[in-house]
Design a protein around this ligand. Structure first.
Ligand SMILES: [Zn+2]
Ligand SMILES: [Zn+2]
Length: 174
């Protein structure tokens, strides 16, 4: 999914595409730290403009991920709608390489392009990585698993947890 720099006008071009889950899986294939899969195709809508060699990207990304809840371990669908705002500048060989991957969760991100085109797949990938919660929960109030018997407390109850919860509350209240 590459766009040639020379095709980007100052007024900007509109780029929209929808990619199926296999394209997305391929995009993440070489990454080791991927704890999700895709539950739906991804739709990307971008306005890409240029001022000299600087490229500006604004738009949105829509998809759904399948995440495992960190409390109860159940898979759940996590809808993702994210704004994409990037400024890309040409890669200069003397730049420190780590600067390229130095990403923050701020709205405005800086990155680099190398050569005559920019790879929108890489931008989609970065944006998805940044959007995945560190500790996903199926629902905010997920009760998790009983640490004693391992039962899923969202769907079942057991006797052991009652004592456990009571002691947790008293510890917080102190
Ligand atoms: Zn859960
Ligand atoms: Zn239990």
């Amino acid at each position: 999914m590459k766009i040639r720099i020379e095709e980007i006008t100052e007024q900007g071009i509109q780029v929209e595409f929808t990619k199926d889950t296999s394209w997305l899986s391929e995009l993440f294939r070489e990454e080791k730290e991927v704890h999700f899969s895709f539950a739906a195709p991804t739709t990307v809508s971008l306005k890409i403009s240029r001022s000299g060699k600087n490229v500006f990207i604004h738009g949105t990304l829509d998809t759904s991920l399948l995440l495992a809840c960190t409390k109860c371990a159940e898979d759940f669908v996590y809808p993702l709608r994210e704004a994409i705002t990037y400024t890309l500048t040409p890669w200069v060989g003397t730049m420190k390489r780590h600067a390229e991957t130095e990403l923050t969760s701020e709205d405005l991100k800086f990155s680099f392009y190398d050569g005559e085109d920019i790879d929108l797949g890489q931008i989609v990938k970065e944006q998805i990585f940044l959007s995945v919660p560190a500790y996903p929960r199926c629902i905010h109030s997920c009760k998790g698993l009983c640490p004693v018997c391992g039962i899923n407390l969202n769907v079942d109850t057991c006797q052991c947890i009652q004592r456990k919860e009571h002691s947790t509350f008293s510890a917080i209240g102190r």
